[in-house]
Design a protein around this ligand. Sequence first.
Ligand SMILES: *[C@@H]1O[C@H](CO)[C@@H](O)[C@H](O)[C@H]1NC(C)=O
Ligand SMILES: *[C@@H]1O[C@H](CO)[C@@H](O)[C@H](O)[C@H]1NC(C)=O
Ligand SMILES: *[C@@H]1O[C@H](CO)[C@@H](O)[C@H](O)[C@H]1NC(C)=O
Ligand SMILES: *[C@@H]1O[C@H](CO)[C@@H](O)[C@H](O)[C@H]1NC(C)=O
Ligand SMILES: *[C@@H]1O[C@H](CO)[C@@H](O)[C@H](O)[C@H]1NC(C)=O
Ligand SMILES: *[C@@H]1O[C@H](CO)[C@@H](O)[C@H](O)[C@H]1NC(C)=O
Ligand SMILES: *[C@@H]1O[C@H](CO)[C@@H](O)[C@H](O)[C@H]1NC(C)=O
Ligand SMILES: *[C@@H]1O[C@H](CO)[C@@H](O)[C@H](O)[C@H]1NC(C)=O
Ligand SMILES: *[C@@H]1O[C@H](CO)[C@@H](O)[C@H](O)[C@H]1NC(C)=O
Ligand SMILES: *[C@@H]1O[C@H](CO)[C@@H](O)[C@H](O)[C@H]1NC(C)=O
Ligand SMILES: *[C@@H]1O[C@H](CO)[C@@H](O)[C@H](O)[C@H]1NC(C)=O
Length: 380
Amino acid sequence: MMAPSSILSAFCFFLLGNRSLTNAQFNNYNTTANGTLPVYSSDTVPQITENSTDNDPNYIAPYFPLLGFKEYAGNPILAPNPANNWESAYLYNPSAIVVDGTIWLLYRAQNSTRTSSIGLAWSKDGYNFTRYNNPVVNATEPYEHVGGCEDPRVIRVNGTFYLTYTGYDLHTARLCLATSTDLVNWTKYGPMLPNVTDVVYNWQEPLVSWVPRQGWSKSGAILNERQPDGTYHMHFGDSFLYFANSTDLIHWNVTYDQPPYTPKLNVWEQALMESAAPPVKTRDGMWLKFYNGVATGLGGYTPSQYSTGQMLIDPVNNPYGPPIARLETPILQPTSVHEIEGQVDNVVFSEGLVQFKGQWFLYFGQGDAFLGVATAPVQP
Ligand SMILES: *[C@@H]1O[C@H](CO)[C@@H](O)[C@H](O)[C@H]1NC(C)=O
Ligand SMILES: *[C@@H]1O[C@H](CO)[C@@H](O)[C@H](O)[C@H]1NC(C)=O
Ligand SMILES: *[C@@H]1O[C@H](CO)[C@@H](O)[C@H](O)[C@H]1NC(C)=O
Ligand SMILES: *[C@@H]1O[C@H](CO)[C@@H](O)[C@H](O)[C@H]1NC(C)=O
Ligand SMILES: *[C@@H]1O[C@H](CO)[C@@H](O)[C@H](O)[C@H]1NC(C)=O
Ligand SMILES: *[C@@H]1O[C@H](CO)[C@@H](O)[C@H](O)[C@H]1NC(C)=O
Ligand SMILES: *[C@@H]1O[C@H](CO)[C@@H](O)[C@H](O)[C@H]1NC(C)=O
Ligand SMILES: *[C@@H]1O[C@H](CO)[C@@H](O)[C@H](O)[C@H]1NC(C)=O
Ligand SMILES: *[C@@H]1O[C@H](CO)[C@@H](O)[C@H](O)[C@H]1NC(C)=O
Ligand SMILES: *[C@@H]1O[C@H](CO)[C@@H](O)[C@H](O)[C@H]1NC(C)=O
Ligand SMILES: *[C@@H]1O[C@H](CO)[C@@H](O)[C@H](O)[C@H]1NC(C)=O
């Protein structure tokens, strides 16, 4: 069966041409006026090597759904640092990983002309982070000038960190890959899926339409174990979720005319869906996948509102989707002032999930301007 998106994109390409569309409204939001926090920063980083340990020593795998997340009352936990140009305006969208008994965050930061760089921070309690004064990944390549490097998602396999991020040249967003053994020194591999064409759902136009975006890819969340079919699996995209696989975590394949990994279902995810943190294996051998969705206004959700939800996926029996279960309502929605008003209003955008010292920590961007955390108990 042909994917609905392929049919519609072909049809709408005919109607609208290859128009570039953006739904997000960017405000000149002054984070300095709205939340200065103490900054703990450092010119050096604790040493990680290929022998550093993964995960909390008492880690207990979750099952679906993972409920009970409460926003930390002290949010935001990280704000822009006016002392460093590259992270002086906005700081948000963190990936998280536990190594050597420490939570590490890779976060997106922007300077006042909105070039994005990826910064590094670490904490022994999950709330109070020290950050490195230099960006660890920033715009060095033509496909990254001058929008920069956005939205990190990190996994660690056999002592190597694999980082997906968006390289943005102000025209096309491209999902890119970099590797490292210490989180500081990254080797770039460039765009992962150079020829992919996704679709954007142009829901704010009077004629609801699907418009193809040539070469556009974003938000890759990789499962950190090789699957029984011999490949590593990734879900990417910021309209639908799409599937890609790789035998070595470096070279990635998509089948370009494949249907999306998952169609939209819930009312709060009708405008788009985007991976949150990399999926986590459950106690019964499935994978729990957090994702972000955007509402069109259906079901009482604010139009353009970003929320976080959960799905259960089965890479063994349903490698190409769809998910085998999905929560009907989000587990995180914009509620605080920083989430309702920001560089972009009404946004929580989760990208980091770790278990640490008996709690789950979910790290997310608030209003594309600040960085917050929500916690949940580990399931008995
Ligand atoms: C942002 O707010 C701070 C503190 O109120 C102020 O000093 C600064 O001039 C403002 N920046 C802009 C660009 O308005
Ligand atoms: C953010 O700061 C602006 C001034 O720059 C102010 O008008 C607005 O009320 C503040 N919002 C919050 C949520 O503090
Ligand atoms: C990692 O451990 C191996 C085996 O003990 C050792 O040979 C190697 O030097 C270690 N590497 C680092 C960077 O410490
Ligand atoms: C932001 O960073 C970009 C890339 O380094 C640079 O071209 C731009 O001038 C910077 N903006 C400001 C206000 O410094
Ligand atoms: C946070 O960490 C910094 C740097 O390690 C330390 O100076 C500060 O006291 C800590 N604050 C809290 C509330 O733990
Ligand atoms: C990237 O970061 C490095 C290290 O801080 C810095 O030397 C370089 O100027 C930065 N490049 C851009 C384009 O911001
Ligand atoms: C990681 O190690 C496992 C177990 O030895 C192996 O099966 C897998 O291929 C390795 N993956 C990579 C990307 O090196
Ligand atoms: C960074 O990593 C590369 C590739 O592994 C290596 O050749 C280089 O020496 C490293 N640089 C530093 C400063 O560690
Ligand atoms: C991607 O497109 C380029 C240019 O059309 C082509 O040379 C290349 O073979 C394509 N790569 C893949 C993996 O299809
Ligand atoms: C990706 O495509 C190449 C070329 O068609 C093929 O050799 C490779 O096996 C494919 N990898 C996966 C993971 O399917
Ligand atoms: C990778 O996924 C594609 C579907 O996108 C599938 O056709 C292919 O067989 C997969 N490769 C392997 C080695 O399983």
